[in-house]
Design a protein around this ligand. Structure first.
Ligand code: PLP
Length: 452
């Protein structure tokens, strides 16, 4: 009955608009139940004394219903902006299939990503090759496949495109202020407004087809003002282009959107900037390249505790620690079968701070219970959590406390693990980087689209 209640814990406009209740509990109990059942079924069926090597490997549970809800949320907040999902964020095939059915486009960065999306039957016009510095052989490949939309930000790239794919539809990617984002991209990409005029002149001289502007305010952006400035700058470039006789048709506002409760504020600022500078009557198409927004919250990761080291009677380093640990209780180092070189690559590359919860301990599944959660004060048992490789940097959590005593064979879980995790995992030390994904679907609408 409450399939349409949202899983996120935000209490702002979106739920209120959707449900009309200010006091509605915004936790999707049905979705949690489905995810919990999938996690429990898997871990309770593993006999750690006799299982085959790898049977206790890390695995994901993905709720496609969450992706569907995120899409509705996008349409409600940015109805004029068509999302082109950034495949790099998480190229999970079922996720891509659902987005295909939902009618999104795709932002691809390489031949492999373009191939994967085309293999799903997606029309080449739904793809943007959003990589300003492209491999020559990939350019020949996209020319053959009819993938025409692509970005550029420098003169050398324009000359390369003129030789290999002169009929491409080009987006001039401009520089943004990405200083408030988690992952800065403008150090590497984007033409400054000082250079756009010259680039447009060169494109004209080379008889190239520039059709619009793109930008990216940085992945994991937190300052909505960055969108306002970027839209304003894009408008300036649209005017410059008109002076060169280009008839720009599309603005691509990139990615950067988080899936947490900052989205509505960010989208609100962007929406009004677009309404001011690119109003509906201007006839300009608006597209975006969200990645994290769609993928992050849909994936939960479960890891097995493979080893434990007891740190007896931690010696006091100073008076503070002395008083905090004056009960002299042991703390533990937990070693789990996934880490920074695996799906927690997001700690290194994406500046994330995944928070462990207890999935299964002491013969009981604790998913989504108070006992699964970190204790808020300094009570409970202290743990540090480490990955399985030989490297000392392979640490997931420096310090966390639970009321429960954890031991080898127990399971932890981490929510919001869908973005920039599996895709950048290595198999360093011979550990797998291709873990199972168990799919559940908490939305009937998504089930119907997926034929489930
Ligand atoms: N578009 C481009 C060109 C990118 O480089 C990225 C991320 O690096 C994205 C889109 C997706 O960004 P996000 O996941 O922050 O939405």
């Amino acid at each position: 009955a409450n399939n349409h209640v949202f899983m996120k814990s935000c209490t702002n406009g979106f739920y209120e608009q959707h449900h009309g209740h200010h006091d509605e509990q915004p936790v999707n109990a049905a979705a949690k139940q489905l995810i919990g059942d999938a996690l429990r079924e898997r871990v309770e069926n593993i006999d750690h004394e006799y299982c085959d090597p790898g049977d206790e490997d890390t695995f994901y549970v993905a709720d496609l219903g969450e992706v569907y809800r995120q899409h509705l949320r996008w349409k409600m907040n940015l109805p004029r902006v068509k999302p082109f999902y950034a495949v790099k964020c998480n190229p999970d095939t079922k996720l891509l299939q659902l987005l295909t059915a939902l009618g999104t486009g795709f932002d691809c960065a390489s031949k492999a990503e373009i191939e994967q999306v085309l293999s799903l039957g997606v029309d080449p016009s739904r793809i943007i090759y959003a990589q300003p510095c492209k491999t020559k052989s990939y350019l020949r490949y996209v020319a053959n496949q009819g993938v025409r939309q692509m970005t550029f930000d420098n003169a050398d790239e324009l000359r390369k495109i003129a030789r290999l794919f002169p009929k491409a539809e080009l987006f001039l990617r401009i520089l943004t202020d990405d200083s408030s984002s988690l992952c800065r991209l403008s150090l590497k990409f984007g033409a400054s407004l000082d250079s756009t005029d010259e680039l447009l002149a060169l494109a004209r001289e080379l008889d190239l087809n520039v059709v619009g502007v793109s930008f990216h305010v940085g992945s994991g952006a937190s300052d909505p003002a960055a969108f306002l400035k970027a839209v304003r700058d894009a408008h300036v470039v649209f005017q410059q282009a008109a002076a060169y006789g280009f008839n720009f048709k599309t603005l691509d506002v990139g990615g950067g959107f988080c899936s947490d409760d900052t989205f509505e504020g960010m989208a609100g600022v962007l929406r009004s900037a677009l309404d001011d500078y690119f109003p509906a009557h201007s006839g300009i198409n608006l597209i975006a390249e969200p990645g994290r927004y769609y993928a992050s919250s849909a994936f939960t990761l479960a890891c097995n505790v493979i080893a434990r080291r007891t740190i007896e009677d931690m010696p006091a380093l100073n008076d503070d620690v002395m008083s905090a640990d004056s009960n002299g209780s042991a703390s533990y180092m937990l070693y789990v079968n996934d880490g920074l070189y695996g799906n927690f690559s997001s700690i290194m590359f994406d500046h994330q701070n995944p928070v462990a919860k207890i999935l299964h301990a002491d013969g009981r599944t604790l998913y989504n219970t108070a006992a699964a959660e970190e204790t808020s004060d300094r009570s409970g048992v202290e743990y540090s959590i480490w990955g399985p490789t030989c490297d000392g940097i392979d640490r997931i959590t420096e310090s966390i406390r639970f009321d429960t005593v954890l031991d080898v064979g127990d399971w932890l879980y981490f929510e919001d693990m869908g973005a920039y995790t599996k895709c950048s995992a290595t198999n360093f030390n011979g550990f797998s980087n291709d873990h199972d994904v168990i799919y559940v679907c908490s939305e009937p609408g998504a089930k119907a689209l997926m034929g489930l």
